[in-house]
Design a protein around this ligand. Structure first.
Ligand code: C2G
Length: 132
């Protein structure tokens, strides 16, 4: 069984997220999503999410592509996650290109960056809705 992992906030789940998750799942048989906790978002990513961790987790768990959702509580947990869950492939959108190459040195996992869906983002949605 080929195991894939990806990380993110996934706030206000939209088709850009779905495009990423679908392609990530296509790379294996089992997809783990490490979902940023509210504390991690606020303390380390300066993100105030619209949906809480539990609400974002519920949305992800409803997707056919997602097999397991675990909390992302810090930047430094990726190596231990990959080892603990025996991950074969680490996937992120290419806005992160190069940021996680170190994982190939520190683990047996392959690192893959997939093209972002350019025109959509949670920030853009909020702007469009508020006329901001
Ligand atoms: N994404 C995408 N296309 C978009 C928006 C997002 O492909 N239009 C991808 C991002 O590249 C990322 C994933 O969807 O791989 C989740 O995006 P975010 O929720 O914005 O995650 P981020 O804040 O980048 O957190 O430790 C890594 C971080 O937790 C990543």
């Amino acid at each position: 069984m080929k195991r894939v992992i990806t990380y993110g906030t996934f706030d206000m789940l939209h088709y850009g997220h779905i495009n990423l998750l679908r392609r990530a799942k296509e790379m294996g048989d089992y997809l783990i999503v490490a979902l940023s906790t509210d504390e991690f978002n606020w303390d380390s990513k300066n993100k105030k999410t619209y949906f809480t961790y539990e609400q974002r987790k519920q949305l992800l768990e409803a997707l056919r592509y997602v097999d397991l959702v675990i909390p992302e509580e810090g930047w430094g947990q990726k190596v231990s996650d990959i080892k603990l869950y025996k991950v074969d492939t680490f996937v992120m959108g290419d806005d992160w290109k190069g940021q996680f190459d170190y994982l190939e040195d520190e683990t047996d996992a392959e690192v893959v960056y997939l093209g972002r869906t350019p025109e959509i983002s949670t920030t853009q949605i909020k702007k469009d809705l508020t006329g901001g």
